[in-house]
Design a protein around this ligand. Sequence first.
Ligand SMILES: Nc1nc2c(ncn2[C@@H]2O[C@H](COP(=O)(O)OP(=O)(O)OP(=O)(O)O)[C@@H](O)[C@H]2O)c(=O)[nH]1
Ligand SMILES: [Mg+2]
Length: 229
Amino acid sequence: MSRLPLEKKVLSENDRIAARLRERFLARQVFCLNFISSPGAGKTSLLERTLERLRPSERVALLTGDIQTDNDAKRLACFGFPVKQITTGGTCHLDAQMIERALADWPLESLDTLLIENVGNLVCPSSYDLGEAAKVVVLSVAEGEDKPLKYPAIFFKAELLLLNKTDLLPYVSFDLAKARAYALQVHPGMEIIELSCKTGAGLDDWMRWLARRRELAFGSPDLPEKCCE
Ligand SMILES: Nc1nc2c(ncn2[C@@H]2O[C@H](COP(=O)(O)OP(=O)(O)OP(=O)(O)O)[C@@H](O)[C@H]2O)c(=O)[nH]1
Ligand SMILES: [Mg+2]
């Protein structure tokens, strides 16, 4: 058998399971985001900064994918929200079946928001629908401004681009204006937020986007920041 039909079959089976997941998320009003980036762009750091801004009563849970180790789950578990690590054992992306299995013993009724950190990889995760409401791509300024042009699929499919590590701009050659222009060339109208998980710059904008996007999906802004209390 040639490679193409097999790949098509795997992807269509994934789409079938993802559609089932999406239906369940919609029925239970669980807002799900799928975070994708190259290794080390700052997905876990962003989730850490997000969780520390939420009230402990928020009904948020996390799934984090990695080829090896449960390092990210350990980092995220400190915040008191339910976290599960999905260790793929070599697979370079999460797929819908992995999500379905991980959720098997988690009652979705107890959740309002599910945040999924995908395996660090800008290519393969873009092909696998996980039933999420939206994909968010994280690009750090240490990676070069041309990445939207070189890896267009994920920049086309993601609703939001988070340009992270802006605190490093004085030390790296990264043209922010070009990065924005390239992202918009691939995905006209794409939303872009510049931030630094280290200094906290831009994190308020990110938290506002999260609350607004959840409200758009389900009407109720259940993700207020602690500072809004
Ligand atoms: N200077 C700086 N460093 C950051 C920032 N965000 C993350 N880092 C650092 O970048 C490294 C990688 O961050 P992670 O959050 O682990 O990245 P990740 O995308 O989750 O990585 P993988 O899960 O391995 O794909 C860590 O050393 C972080 O401390 C930032 O805004 N500025
Ligand atoms: Mg991580």
